[in-house]
Design a binder for this molecule. Structure first.
Ligand SMILES: NC(=O)c1ccc[n+]([C@@H]2O[C@H](COP(=O)([O-])OP(=O)(O)OC[C@H]3O[C@@H](n4cnc5c(N)ncnc54)[C@H](OP(=O)(O)O)[C@@H]3O)[C@@H](O)[C@H]2O)c1
Length: 306
């Protein structure tokens, strides 16, 4: 689904003609009770809403941009956030996160998640060491092979890292529906703890793999929960329908994120933002009621009309 000029009009029709700008949620309105999910059979419990860093935290040494990202992290932890996902592929993001973390209130709650991303087997160990230094952490809570790149060799590195305490949970990541056949093969044959994959209201192709992951006791982290932001473009200025609000989805942000984390196989969704206000909204979606299976189907049906 991509931005189309008639999208707002068609959703207005789907919503019974109601058009309004959804109210923004302020930090003071955040409820304290966090939705927590277990990350796979052997995994730890994590807050259901984490955060990503692709593009958003690749700000290098730009002082102004860094200050804004510091606020984003502040709001994240103030609202009980845990998982931060990054990768050596994300430019300066790992270093920026590592330099901003000291002084922020994350003691005992940070779930540090990164990846190994290189086609060359010999470069994997050095990359992992660099990531540990950039994050300034002794170990990663989640360590994945990025986009399945050279996954056979790197899974061995990840197993060694798990054995010697540099990683707690290990696994693979993919996105945009890529290489689902390989993901299925790995889920069936490799002892991994975590799968990171794209799953959102515009892209539900991962569904069979979510079921398989649950069956294998593998925790699921969901990337691109807003379809890279395009879900917001698609709903435009239409109001959230009352039946969704009754199910705990008061904003479109909550509508998109709660639909994901209400799936029983999902441990955590990792939306990315540059904006503290958006972080408040994202974290607010990690509180309160979740839609049941019938409501999830109705939510999906609504978005499918766009
Ligand atoms: N292969 C992989 O392993 C892989 C691939 C893709 C992504 N990922 C991970 O998943 C994370 C999330 O995916 P993503 O960044 O591609 O896409 P996303 O989280 O679906 O969307 C990010 C976009 O949504 C906007 N946004 C965020 N919160 C919002 C809100 N409350 N209201 C309105 N707009 C909002 C952001 O803009 P603003 O900055 O203006 O808020 C940004 O443009 C990545 O950062 C990365 O950590 C992993």
């Amino acid at each position: 689904m991509r931005r189309r000029p008639f999208v707002v009009a068609s959703l207005a029709a789907a919503c019974g003609g109601a058009l309004a700008v959804p109210a923004r949620l302020g930090a003071q309105e955040l409820a304290p009770a966090r939705l927590q999910r277990r990350l796979g059979r052997g995994g730890r419990t994590v807050p259901a809403i984490g955060m990503g860093t692709w593009l958003t935290f690749d700000v290098g040494d730009d002082t102004q941009e860094r200050e804004q990202r510091r606020h984003v992290l502040q709001r994240f932890f103030a609202a009980g956030g845990g998982m931060i996902d990054s990768s050596p592929m994300y430019g300066s993001a790992e270093r920026v996160v590592g330099e901003l973390l000291p002084g922020l209130p994350h003691e005992g709650r940070l779930v540090a998640a990164t990846k190994v991303w290189t086609p060359l087997t010999g470069l994997g160990p050095g990359q992992l060491e660099r990531s540990l230094k950039e994050w300034r952490v002794p170990r990663f809570d989640v360590l994945l092979v990025h986009n399945l790149l050279n996954w056979r060799a790197h899974l061995q590195l990840l197993r060694r890292a798990k054995d010697d305490g540099r990683a707690r949970l290990i696994g693979i990541s993919t996105s945009h529906g890529n290489r689902h056949d390989d993901v299925e093969r790995i889920l069936k044959s490799e002892p991994i703890d975590v799968l990171q994959i794209t799953y959102n209201l515009a892209d539900t192709r991962a569904e069979p793999l979510l079921a398989l992951a649950a069956e294998r006791g593998v925790g699921v982290v969901v990337n691109r929960p807003f379809d890279g932001g395009q879900l917001f473009d698609a709903v435009g200025r239409c109001a959230v329908p009352p039946w969704a609000a009754e199910a705990g989805c008061l904003t479109w942000t909550a509508f998109f994120l709660k639909w994901i984390v209400a799936h029983p196989a999902v441990g955590c969704a990792i939306p990315a933002t540059r904006q503290p206000g958006h972080m408040d909204e994202n974290m607010a979606a990690g509180t309160g009621a979740l839609p049941d299976a019938a409501t999830r189907r109705r939510m999906q049906g609504l978005i499918a009309t766009l």
